[in-house]
Design a protein around this ligand. Sequence first.
Ligand code: HEM
Length: 195
Amino acid sequence: MEFQEAYSALTQLGGFTDDDAAQLQKHRAVFEEMAPAIIDGFYERLTSYPDAAAVFRDGEIADNKPRVTAWFLSLTSGDLNEEFWRHQVYVGYLHILRGVKNTYTLGMMSFVQTAVGDALAEMIEDTAEAERTIESFNRITSMVAGLIGEGFTAGTVEALISVAGLSEDLVKNMRNLTVRDEMQQYKATSFSYAE
Ligand code: HEM
């Protein structure tokens, strides 16, 4: 995966800056307080979807909780160097190896954003301050979701190039042919944007 390219596209298009990191760090105590409920809610939602629940081995969720809690709190560490962002890609790859689909991680990131947003709105009295923190949290978690998602695409393309030995152009052409074909299934017939 082209890490620098993915990182710069996500920061520049998504608008994440050091101010967001500082905003999250400022409210670290609030994140620490909500963490147990957020992580419990995370696994409750995740296991309510049987195909996602099936990914876990016996007892694995209990083992994972402290690590996912540590991940959650690392978002508020304020020290978001390149190692931090590269670690997000690593976490994404761990999931790919376990057969987790990108739709599952995206769905769960949406859960995290909503649950944390609701908790911040309740726990931070000053409304403008709560809103700033929610925005920063949404920007950082969208960055993480983007890096994980890019891993899914890049992992597949790189396998075709480096393992199957196909040229990059050929892989792109194959992808475009397949996408053009698939597009027909998704082409709107009865849906259109309102005038
Ligand atoms: C917002 C989405 C998610 C985040 C942020 C997340 C985060 C994490 C983190 C931080 C770890 C620990 C990584 C480590 O050991 O360093 C982990 C492990 C794991 N997660 Fe997730 N996860 C997400 C979604 C999911 C979903 C949707 C599934 C299953 C359907 C899942 C299944 C697992 C499994 C099986 C492991 C253990 C991986 C291993 O050690 O082989 N996760 N996750």
